[in-house]
Ligand binder design. Structure first.
Ligand code: UGA
Length: 452
């Protein structure tokens, strides 16, 4: 099928590459011409494992353009995957979404086009996009009876495993009021639903993956599913962090507690890793948006609000723990291992490392940082931050009064801890992710602590 994707961020690019890999003909559109030039030259603007390989394989089915006039008229399906960044009130900024909807309306030309919202948008946005499209189309002197329908197809991929999550999803959710739109999207996703494609060697199909369920709903339900899923995952993390605080006081081991409750299949083991808490572009923004939407209906969301408060508290606990250990922070040197909001990405949006570094700088600490992937992005986005960037973890440790493991990159697990401890002024490590081996580090001569 012929597909257009508006927006070449994480979601748009991943979706485009996967659909092209499945054999569809895909035009990726971004109004940022420099991004399109880079993509045409085979350069990928984000770090995502295997994206370069899959893009190279899918390239014959892909076009990159900044022109709506090129991408839209032939497309049977148009995905909107533009950014919806948070505004200070918590409600997302829908400027890009409305521009995309109007521009699509200017160019649709087929007898039937399905316009799909893949961006995470407030409940009700499907209807709104529909009205923007209609207005824009109806204002055209050259309109020719083209028809279109709006659908919502929320995205559940995680950064760092985006391709795996797209090719082998737990479910596909489609919200649409028009049956015809559902049928078009069913055909588009059929290779994934039936898992009939040949898996790339570097992204093998897990044995557990069978047919993928597709859930078709009305527009509002699909939109709410996305927010409810992210809020639930976020509160699972905050729940384990809340229990972690008590575990610490009573002398219980939070990792064992998490394992013990996660083995109950009604609870499940995932998203119960205690530590610094969640970051990234989604959980913070989506929980804020959910609260903002509820507010518009005169409702409160006390559970989601608490989850946010607990998450913020985890950052403060890093500073408290360091204070407890070092007594005075002013004039100390503290090293942060990891900048990205989680491993296998260079994304720094709402990254705990940035918040923690700032809190430490505000208290007069000299901060040293390392990240295997995210340093370039850090320099671009936070170049004015007063931190010392180091090439490797060993250099970070030099003269440090404490190290904090912020992002659990794999390479941090097997460092030469003995020599790191020797290079530190005081060999104290705060493992913010329960990622390191306490016994190994203690044997190597470090004082090891966790947040709970
Ligand atoms: C999240 C959701 O997991 C995706 O399903 C969703 O599609 C995406 O948001 C989105 O809305 O676009 P993502 O933000 O990429 O994906 O990353 P996650 O793997 O969910 O991690 C989020 C944060 O939670 C990270 O900072 C991670 O370190 C933290 N986390 C995760 C924990 O602190 N503990 C855990 O047990 C799991």
């Amino acid at each position: 099928m012929r597909v257009a994707i508006i927006g070449t961020g994480y979601v748009g690019l991943t979706t485009g590459v996967c659909l092209a890999f499945l054999g569809h003909s895909v035009s990726c559109l971004d109004t940022d011409a420099s991004k399109i030039e880079a993509l045409k030259a085979g350069k990928i603007p984000i770090y995502e494992p295997n994206l370069a390989e899959l893009l190279a394989e899918a390239a014959p089915n892909m076009r990159f353009t900044s022109s709506y006039g090129e991408a839209i008229p032939d497309a049977e399906v148009v995905f909107i995957a533009v950014g919806t960044p948070p505004t200070p009130s918590g409600a997302p900024n829908l400027e890009y979404l409305s521009q995309a909807a109007r521009s699509i309306g200017q160019c649709v030309n087929r007898d039937f086009t399905v316009v799909v919202n893949k961006s995470t948008v407030p409940i009700g946005s499907g209807n709104w996009v529909g009205s923007l499209l209609r207005d824009s189309y109806n204002n055209r002197p050259d309109r020719n009876g083209a028809e279109f329908a709006v659908a919502s197809n929320p995205e559940f991929l995680r950064e760092g495993t985006a391709l795996h999550d797209s090719l082998y999803p737990d479910r596909i959710v489609i919200g649409a009021d028009a049956q015809r739109a559902l049928e078009v999207l069913y055909s588009l996703y059929r290779p994934i639903l039936d898992q009939t494609f040949t898996a790339p060697t570097y992204l093998p199909r897990p044995d557990s993956v069978g047919a993928v369920p597709m859930l078709s709903t009305d527009l509002a339900s699909a939109e709410l599913i996305k927010y409810a899923a992210n809020a639930f995952l976020a509160l699972k993390i905050s729940f384990i962090n809340e229990i972690g605080l008590l575990a610490e006081r009573v002398g219980a081991n939070i990792s064992e507690v998490a394992r013990g409750i996660g083995l109950d299949s009604r609870i499940g083991p995932r998203f119960l890793s205690a530590g610094i808490g969640w970051g990234g572009s989604c959980f913070g923004k989506d929980t804020a948006a959910l609260i903002a939407t509820a507010g518009e209906y005169g409702l409160q969301m006390p559970i989601v609000e608490s989850a946010k408060r607990i998450n913020a508290r985890q950052r403060d606990r890093v500073v408290e723990k360091l204070l407890q250990e070092l007594k005075i922070l002013k004039g100390r040197t503290i090293g942060l291992l990891g900048l990205a909001f989680k491993p296998n990405t260079d994304d720094l949006r709402e990254a705990p490392a940035i918040e923690i570094a700032q809190k430490l700088i505000d208290r007069g600490v000299r901060v040293k940082v390392h990240d295997p992937i995210a340093v370039d992005r850090f320099l671009k986005e936070h170049g004015d931050m007063q931190v010392q960037i180091c090439d490797n973890a060993a250099d970070v440790s030099e003269d440090c009064d404490a190290l904090v493991l912020v992002t659990e990159w794999n390479e941090y697990r097997d460092l030469d801890w003995e020599s790191i401890g020797k290079r530190m002024r005081s060999p104290f490590i705060l493992d913010g992710r329960h990622a390191l081996d306490r016994d190994k580090l203690t044997r190597a001569g470090l004082r090891y602590a966790t947040l709970s």
